[in-house]
Design a protein. Structure first.
Length: 276
């Protein structure tokens, strides 16, 4: 969260704190299925073997880099041939159970050769992409067409956090990708609050907190300004650096990315990694 909107955030935070019980009492948000190794409705699934056989890795949104090494990669999760293997460069077939066309790419960052799979489609990766895939992207329209920006892979719900801020975005990633669909500002019976207190909240409820970046970790900066900052780690590199997706850092109240960061005490980096 940026220093230049401290006053606005303080006011918004106060209003939200008062409104949270009402939100919780009136309705519950709808969540996508979690990543559990089962190809559920709404998900895009990659299989280790051709013809939708072998272990499966299921996804609820776009992934810019599957990661190439354990423990930081997205892996095949279910029982079967390939279980535990990193998805990157190891998938042979897919099942698209979402309502979006999904494009699979040869390179990380949605680059290189690609292959599209329409909503509901099952198929084998072509000869270029079989065992040579690194990312996938949910496209913008139901029948395919224009690319969907990762910005749109966010429902903009607050879950008790200030809308379109880093905490709301990180909370959505936790709910939709990390198997914690009920994550909110009161998750685990504790208050998560501003970004700079997330590592303390995680420790209180037994979530692992360390300095090791992995794909899917929530990076916490508790030194920046009055509120700190949180982001979603979407890639980890061989040299130990990592990339993040985030809201309200370089782009005010909007989506952004940063690459090749390191855990450090620097005000523009991160000091903690949360592993849900």
């Amino acid at each position: 969260m940026k220093k230049n909107i401290r006053t606005t955030l303080t006011i918004a935070g106060t209003a939200l704190a008062m409104a949270v019980p009402l939100i919780g009492a009136t309705s519950a948000p709808a969540f996508a299925a979690s990543r559990d190794g089962s190809c559920d409705s709404g998900e895009f699934c990659l299989y280790y073997n051709s013809d939708q056989a072998g272990s499966v890795s299921d996804f609820t949104g776009s992934i810019s880099d599957y990661g190439a090494t354990q423990p930081s990669c997205y892996e095949f999760k279910s029982a079967g041939n390939g279980q535990g293997v990193c998805v990157k460069n190891n998938a042979a077939s897919v099942w698209n159970r979402s309502d979006k066309t999904v494009r699979v790419y040869f390179n990380s960052g949605y680059g290189g050769a690609s292959q599209d799979f329409a909503p509901g489609a099952k198929g084998n990766l072509n000869s270029t992409l079989k065992n040579n895939e690194a990312s996938h992207q949910f496209l913008g329209s139901t029948g395919g067409g224009s690319n969907e920006s990762p910005t749109n892979d966010f429902d903009h719900g607050t879950r008790g956090f200030a809308a379109n801020n880093c905490t709301a975005f990180a909370a959505y990633r936790i709910a939709s990708r990390l198997g914690v669909p009920n994550f909110s500002n009161s998750y685990g019976g504790t208050t998560w609050g501003n970004a700079n207190t997330w590592d303390d909240a995680a420790r209180r409820i037994g979530v692992t907190v360390n300095t090791t970046p992995t794909v899917g970790a929530i990076a916490v900066n508790d030194t920046h300004g009055d509120y700190g900052h949180v982001a979603y780690v979407n890639a980890v590199h061989a040299d130990g650096s990592f990339d993040v997706e985030e809201y309200n850092w370089n782009n005010r109240l909007a989506y952004g990315t940063r690459k090749n960061l390191r855990v450090s005490s620097a005000e523009n980096s991160f000091q903690h990694m949360l592993h849900f």
